[in-house]
Design a protein around this ligand. Structure first.
Ligand code: GLA
Length: 382
């Protein structure tokens, strides 16, 4: 949706419901070039914010109650700001969680009215939930705290919201990318030290295309948390804080003492750490063919060892390979959602047509296709 149209619809709803004058904020969904399931293992990730956002109109209402409208769901929630006031609607718990996490850190949140909408596809692995959290965290920091909470902490507020109010024991990647994203730049983040570096990403001959299987992915109560538990078990067995500090040799040395499943999960994470570093080097040299090889290797690992792919995504990956696409892999938490494809521009149309028609023939519905436009993260709109 054109952002101006979204803004008009939000403003119209806000004025008719609340009658006051709001400020506007937005935050973005994200892609990740490589480095999957590494964030909660202290490893490296390579995300960027995209041009799909959650946008909110917000104004303090002078009370101690929060009234929020989700325009897309056509639902309203009202809640107080104490722990026992948690709303029941799952979407509203993201907003409530952000308020509570700000308060827990000594920040201020008072009553406010809000209307939000968005065009980040839900359940597609593009982190609509991180966009929602970052949008509200950024806004409430601006409105009630004079922007005194730093941006990294805003990302942590979103992550803690997932942990404490939404049942997903996620890493920091999504919220970090959503808050810190910059137009035209990917971010290589070291999730142990939280050091990061912006990488300009605008290859002349290639583009990034997302193909959304439309298999819905729902991380709450999902095998996502189980994957994390496997990693923590192996790290514990190896006596290291996270798998970031583990090597293949160390893993081999305990192979007989851990389950085959835990072994394969840890093997993927250890290999993936090296792949992200390989991609950083290849990007610096402009070697996109190497980037692509590493993306395919990640897909194999996510599918065979980490087991977070599904038939539809493996099929899309095979079609990409057959079409000669440079790199392709499942993106995000998994269990559905998108593949991310690094495609030569001259191959783009043929790949998209083939992927859409072959997928439809096999599964009866068309996948959605989105070109990736690397964009800004959380912000106040003027
Ligand atoms: C989800 C989580 C992230 C990350 C990815 C997998 O998107 O929210 O923290 O673990 O899965 O890389």
């Amino acid at each position: 949706m054109e952002n101006n149209m979204m803004r008009e619809r939000i403003l119209h709803e806000f004025e008719s419901r609340f009658g006051s004058e709001p400020s506007f904020y937005a935050s973005a969904g994200r892609i990740n070039l490589i480095g999957e399931h590494t964030d909660y293992n202290g490893g490296f990730v390579f995300p960027g914010a995209i041009d799909k956002v959650i946008m909110a109109a917000i104004a303090p209402n002078g009370s101690d109650r929060v009234r929020v409208v989700s325009l897309d769901l056509d639902e309203e929630a009202e809640f107080g700001l104490r722990e026992e006031d948690a709303p029941s609607q799952s979407w509203a718990r993201y907003v409530f969680g952000v308020c509570r996490e700000i308060q827990k850190r000594g920040g201020k949140v008072k009553g406010f009215d809000a209307v939000f909408s968005g065009d980040v596809p839900l359940g597609a692995g593009l982190s609509s939930s991180a966009a929602l959290e970052s949008c509200f965290a950024y806004a409430l920091n601006d409105i009630f705290n004079g922007n005194s909470i730093d941006k990294l902490e805003l990302a942590r507020i979103g992550q803690s919201t997932e942990h404490n109010y939404c049942g997903v024991n996620c890493g920091i990647m999504d919220q970090f990318a959503s808050v810190m994203g910059k137009k035209g730049k990917l971010i290589r983040l070291d999730c142990r030290s939280m050091d990061f570096e912006y990488f300009p990403f605008a290859p002349e001959d290639y583009e990034l295309i997302l193909v959304d299987s439309r298999v819905k992915h729902e991380l709450a109560d999902s095998p996502y948390n189980k994957r994390r538990e496997s990693c923590e078990r192996v790290a514990g067995r190896l006596g290291v804080e996270t798998l970031r500090d583990a090597t293949e040799e160390m893993l081999e040395s305990v192979r007989g003492e851990i389950s085959d499943e835990d072994y394969r999960r840890a093997k993927f994470v250890i290999e993936e750490k090296e792949r992200v570093l390989g991609v950083s080097d290849a990007l610096k040299e402009g070697d996109y063919e190497r980037v692509g090889e590493l993306m395919y290797a990640t897909h194999r690992g996510l599918s065979k060892d980490y087991e977070v792919s599904c038939e539809e995504l493996d099929f899309l990956n095979d079609v990409a390979k057959e079409c000669g696409v440079t790199g392709s892999r499942i993106m995000g938490g998994g269990f559905g959602g998108c593949t991310i494809n690094l495609v030569r521009k001259d191959l783009r149309d043929r790949f998209v047509e083939t992927a859409v028609s072959r997928f439809k023939e096999k599964y009866g519905h068309e996948p959605k296709v989105y070109p990736v436009v690397i964009s800004d993260g959380a912000r106040k709109l003027s």
